[in-house]
Each structure stands twice: as C-alpha cells, then as structure tokens.
Write a protein that binds this ligand. Structure first.
Ligand code: PMP
Length: 437
C-alpha cells in the first residue's frame, strides 16, 4: 500500500541502514515533521491528533521545555561529576512528589537503565537472584531485563531464575467471583515464590507495571498488588514499581500509579514522559538502600541527570504544576471514559473499556464467542490514522486499543477523538475499513 514515492524512498533507506525489522507503526508509515500540544503534522502537511504518545507528556515541542534545554545547552553541557544546581533543584522537586521513604534518586537515560539499576540494587540487597514478572510485560532492552521479559523478546530464553505471574482480570466479575479470583491469583504468587526458593534462587524482586499497560490495562482485584507486595517482602524480596507508562500524573487521581494500589514500593523506575522527549530515566528509592549500594559500587552514569537533562526534567515538572496537568487528566478522564462506554454500549464488538485517567483501553472481541479480536483492533488503529488520530493497541492478543494522549489534551480534542473513533468503529464493524486495511 506504500504508493507515495517519498514514503517508499525513506523506507528503502531505512531498510538499508536500520534493517527491515526496525519497528514502525502503520501499514503506511508516518513521517511526522512537527508538533505542538497534542497535534502533529506529517511531511505532506496533514495534521493528526496525537492520542497515543506519553513521551511528549506536557505537549509536543512545549516552549518552556525547549527554552530550558536550549539555555542550558548554550551555557554548559557535560557529564555528572561536577556540582550543578540543576540536578539538585530537579531532584528535590521530583522527590517531593513521592511518599515518605522514597527520598533518593539515581538518574539515567531510559526506562531500561532505570529498571536495570533497580535489578542490581535489589539483588545486592537481598543476596538473591529470583525475579517475578507478569506473564505479558516489558521492562527494557538490557540482557538482564530481556531474559525476564515476557513480551517482545522471544529471541531470549526466559531465565531459570524468573517466574511469570498471570495477572488477574476482574473485568465484569461480581464481588464473589472477584474474591475467588484474588485468592487464586495470590495462591499463584505463593507458588511462584516457593518455586524460586526451592530452586535456590530466592526472591530478589518483583517488577510491577503499575497500570499493567503492556498486558492491556488489566483491572486487577483490589488488594492484588498489596497482597503480591506483602508476599514478596515476606520472602525477603523488594518491590519495584515500573512507572515508565503509568507515572507523572497520568491516572489523574495520583502522581504515581502505585498510589492507586495503596502500596509504597521499595524502588520506583521512571522514563518516557520524564524529559518530554529528552532522554531521561530515574530510579527512586530509600536512603538506606542507595547508601548500601553506593558503598559497594560506584554508579557513575555519564549522561544520567546531566545539566541539560536535569533542565528538561525540571521544566516538565514546572509545566505540570503551572498548567495543572494532573488535575486536567482527572477532569478529562470521565469525559473520555463516558464517551468510550457509550461507544462500547453501541458496538457489539467492544467487550470492555478499562484504564485510569488519560490511559484507556478498549477491548475488541468476537461478539459471538467473546474471543479477543486483534484483527478488528488493528483495522481500527489503521482507520484512525487515516481519520487523523494516532492511537495504538496492546495486550497479548493485540485486541486492546491503547489511548494515551499527552496530558496537554483539551476537552475539544477528547471529543474529536471520540467522534472519529465512533465513525471508524462503525465503518470497521461494517467491514469497510477491514476490507481496505
Ligand atoms: N518499562 C515499561 C513499562 C515500558 O513500557 C518501557 C518502554 N516501552 C520500558 C520500561 C523501557 O523503557 P526505555 O525504552 O526507555 O528503555
């Protein structure tokens, strides 16, 4: 379908440099050339509503973030082994958003590095190697993470020292069935813990994506994450909340996704939205844990928290505060949710709407059998691109629409998103887009 000569040329050059498997969205890939707020423009001048990206968290090309980075870049851009006030201002502001006890941060450049460091710290602290992860999760690119990753890294054998947990989904269940599900899921945690101990690995940590995003925004029974954390700690392990997707006010009701579960983790890992497009990651933890690790290892990260990155991170927090973006997420979430629920009620192929704040998932299922329908979700994502709205899909079966706009989205944009989704879903259900895709 790539009839456009420019797209063909870019794809050809890409294949000859980055390889054929370098991932791209869409059967007709997009060449985006500029953005502002929640709108992006392609090289042909078409505009798209960005309802997918959390990297441009406070909005594409935000002038305050651009100014902060530009000014610092002109003054001094260096590594992190000199005193610099940017990193201190930023660290203080960032740590003030966490619960007491989470009062130190080690900066890095990506979510992968943040998780890799959490893994090292937990292993050294516990003396154990064992890792618990969900059975459909992604936490990063390093070899230690790839071997405990259950999505996107099929080339890497799953580690002997790791166990995968099925994450319980209480969508549509009544109270009694939810209680049964919770009990069974926690029993599975007990079994995984026992299995790691019997094999001699012990339990170093569990890594939990606070909104279970890769998994498809699973709606876990209340008490599941708390019960999981208690079991891991009872076995001597640490709890890591991966906030790469869930964090920075996305849920609207909390700054951090773990707060939705009523727990305080031992380590929190940060990435994507942190620098609004500038590469920035962080591992947040308690003073004792960092002291213990620091006494044995010099963790020197050349670029992590350098003056330019720190300026970007600080600008993101400042814009969030001055523009009230978490509050905006809280205010707009019901508009988005209600619109999606209305669409679901009118569309037999939509099984459920799940998620929190400005992170919503729409389940496509076969109306006759209830089986996941990734093909229809794919056609909807493609149809939305043609209708000028960017979204994606998640879940093991790729049947859950992933709607995760920058927090800079306005109510009118939410309406536009809902209108387009209603039109495209109707066309896809009618077979039109599916036939063309
Ligand atoms: N954790 C989660 C939950 C992620 O979604 C990702 C990236 N998709 C990562 C970690 C890794 O982050 P990065 O790509 O910045 O290394």
């Amino acid at each position: 379908t790539q009839s456009d000569p420019r797209t063909r040329e870019l794809l050809d050059r890409r294949h000859h440099t980055l390889g054929r498997h370098s991932p791209l969205f869409y059967s007709e890939p997009l060449e985006l050339v500029r953005g502002r707020g929640v709108w992006v423009e392609d090289s042909a001048g078409h505009r798209y509503l960005d309802a997918y990206n959390n990297v441009p968290h406070v909005g594409h090309a935000h002038p305050e973030v651009a100014r902060a980075v530009h000014e610092q870049m002109q003054r001094l851009a260096l590594h992190t082994r000199y005193l610099n006030e940017n990193i201190l201002d930023y660290a203080e502001q960032l740590l003030a958003t966490f619960d007491p006890g989470l009062d130190r941060v080690a900066f890095s450049n990506s979510g992968s590095e943040a998780n890799e460091l959490a893994l090292r710290i937990a292993r050294q602290h516990t003396g154990a190697r064992g890792v618990l992860v969900s059975d459909w999760s992604y936490h990063g690119t390093t070899s230690a993470l790839a071997e405990v990753t259950t999505a996107l890294a099929a080339g890497e054998p799953f580690a002997d020292h790791a166990r995968r947990l099925r994450i319980p989904d209480a969508t549509g269940l009544d109270a009694a069935a939810t209680a049964d599900l919770l009990e069974a899921a926690l029993r599975e945690v007990d079994e995984a813990v026992a299995s790691l101990q019997e094999a001699g690995h012990g339990v170093a940590l569990v890594v939990v994506d606070s909104l279970f995003t890769t998994e498809g925004l699973v709606r876990v029974p209340a008490g599941y994450v708390d019960g999981l954390a208690r079991r891991v700690r009872a076995a001597g392990g640490l709890v890591v909340s991966d906030e790469v997707q869930a964090g920075f006010g996305r849920t609207g009701t909390s700054m951090w996704g773990y707060q939705e579960h009523g727990i305080v983790p031992d380590l929190v890992t940060l990435g994507k939205p942190m620098g609004n497009g500038h590469p920035l990651g962080g591992t947040v933890l308690g003073a004792d844990l960092l002291e213990e690790f620091g006494a044995r290892n010099e963790y020197f990260n050349t670029f992590g928290g350098n003056p330019v990155s720190a300026a970007a991170g600080r600008a993101v927090l400042e814009v969030m505060r001055t523009e009230g973006l978490r509050e905006r997420a809280a205010a707009l979430a019901p508009v988005l949710q209600e619109g999606l629920h209305a669409l679901a009620a009118a569309t037999p192929g939509i099984g459920a709407v799940r998620g929190q704040g400005l992170f919503q998932g729409v389940d496509f299922v076969d109306p006759a059998t209830g089986a996941p329908d990734g093909e229809t979700a794919r056609a909807v994502v493609e149809g939305m691109r043609r209708a000028g709205v960017l979204i994606s899909r998640i879940g093991r079966d790729g049947n859950v629409l992933k709607i995760r706009p920058p927090l800079a989205i306005a109510q009118d944009d939410v309406r536009t998103l809902l209108d387009r989704l209603t039109e495209v879903s109707a066309r896809v259900s009618g077979g039109e887009v599916a036939a063309r895709a």
